[in-house]
Design a protein around this ligand. Structure first.
Ligand code: IPM
Ligand code: MG
Length: 372
């Protein structure tokens, strides 16, 4: 298969982790005889510094022309601490989601047995958790009208949803539930918000089209607690933009590190793959950023194009890295010298030699042996 992939590495740890995902995609292309080409484009603070805008027209054009997009992260402390900045890195990410009409963001939350002691939650509580969050991505309070009064003392953000925006993401979530445990939880705040009541009404209307799927409804405040106490009760979670942002970050606690959570942002025409974590500026260029979320986002990219064996092999490589503790410091207590690049190198080598699972292989990667 030929794929032209736009790479928007962005800010902070974005370039480092994205480089590992690109490395993994390159070796997959080599092993499976695909032709993947990569085209870098500017986004976020990196784009502001060079062009004055977080999402240059050229970047939009490159993404629209490409077969798909791999996204890193955006943001820097400079902007995070300045509420008065009118040009902000986040406009790059929100803008590209809107420009490519990526209305569904899919965020898998899977508890790995090998990491059960890395979560702050009890191992028995999180065991076998496997949730798919369907987050609406181009509507709601993120994209409603914003207003700041002239005297600077009053502000408003409008949360607005139209029927079609809810229907299209809901159908995808129901379809996903059908391929899993046939359970869908709509998370909303229907006891307070009109938009949430619209979500509930529409989901109730759609539900009979998917008779095998059992639907339940949960308020966001309750869901925030249930997710931590009984995560196994969830299969597919469907929710609006901001609730999905918050719940998915909370869910990373179950997995052990936000550096492990990947996502796919899907529209009718385009798709983009991005870790759920941010730019983590403090960690940039130190070699400590976990590349696994980016590498698993690359696996979701492969899934998207029906490259199932390829995606499975990437995930096997990730599992092997986790099992052997070839991981960055956010997860590692065993070795202290495993860098971002080393994790990428290990997974790259695993893809080339999936059977080479002996101890010597581990030692080589830990720098304890030089025999290759
Ligand atoms: C995410 C991020 C973004 C969001 C930010 C960086 C705009 O938190 O992808 O979860 O809120 O959607
Ligand atoms: Mg977020």
């Amino acid at each position: 298969m030929k794929l032209n992939i736009a790479v928007l590495a962005g800010d902070g740890i974005g370039p480092e982790v994205t480089a590992q995902a690109v490395k993994v995609l390159k070796v997959i292309a080599m092993e499976f005889n695909h032709v993947f080409t990569f085209q870098n484009a500017l986004v976020g603070a990196a784009a502001i510094e060079k062009t004055g805008t977080a999402l240059p027209e050229q970047t939009i054009a490159i993404c629209k022309k490409a077969d798909t997009v791999l996204f890193g992260a955006i943001g820097t402390t400079k902007y995070n601490e300045d509420p008065d900045a009118t040009v902000r890195p986040e406009q790059g990410l929100l803008g590209i989601r809107k420009a490519l009409k990526l209305f569904t963001n899919i965020r898998p939350v899977i508890a790995y047995d090998d990491l059960s002691n890395k979560s702050s939650l009890k191992a028995k509580q999180i065991k076998n958790t496997n949730i798919l969050i369907y987050r609406e991505l181009t509507g709601g309070i993120y994209f409603g009208d914003q207003h700041l009064s002239e005297d600077g003392n009053t502000a408003s953000d409008i949360c607005k949803y139209e029927r079609f925006e809810i229907e299209r993401v809901a159908h995808l979530a129901f379809k996903a539930a059908q391929t899993r445990k046939n359970k869908l939880t709509l998370v909303d705040k229907a006891n307070v918000l009109e938009t949430s009541r619209l979500w509930r009404r529409i989901v109730k209307e759609i539900a009979p089209q998917y008779p095998s799927v059992k639907v339940n409804y949960m308020y966001i405040d309750n869901a925030a607690m249930e997710l931590i106490i009984h995560p196994r009760q969830f299969d597919v979670i469907l929710t609006e933009n901001m609730f999905g942002d918050i719940l998915s970050e909370e869910a990373s606690v179950i997995v052990g590190s936000i550096g492990l959570l990947a996502s796919a942002s899907i529209g009718n025409k385009h798709a983009m793959f991005e870790p759920i974590h941010g730019a983590y500026t403090k960690a940039a260029n130190k070699g400590i950023a976990n590349p696994i979320a980016s590498i698993l986002s690359a696996a979701m990219l492969l899934d998207h194009f029906g490259l199932d064996d390829e995606a499975a092999l990437v995930r096997e490589g990730v599992n092997k890295a986790l099992k052997l503790h070839i991981t960055t410091p956010d997860l590692n207590t065993k070795y202290d010298n495993i860098s971002t690049t080393k994790v990428g190198d290990f997974i790259e080598d695993f893809i080339q030699n999936p059977d080479e699972t002996n101890l010597n292989f581990t030692n080589i990667h830990l720098g304890q042996s030089t025999i290759i």
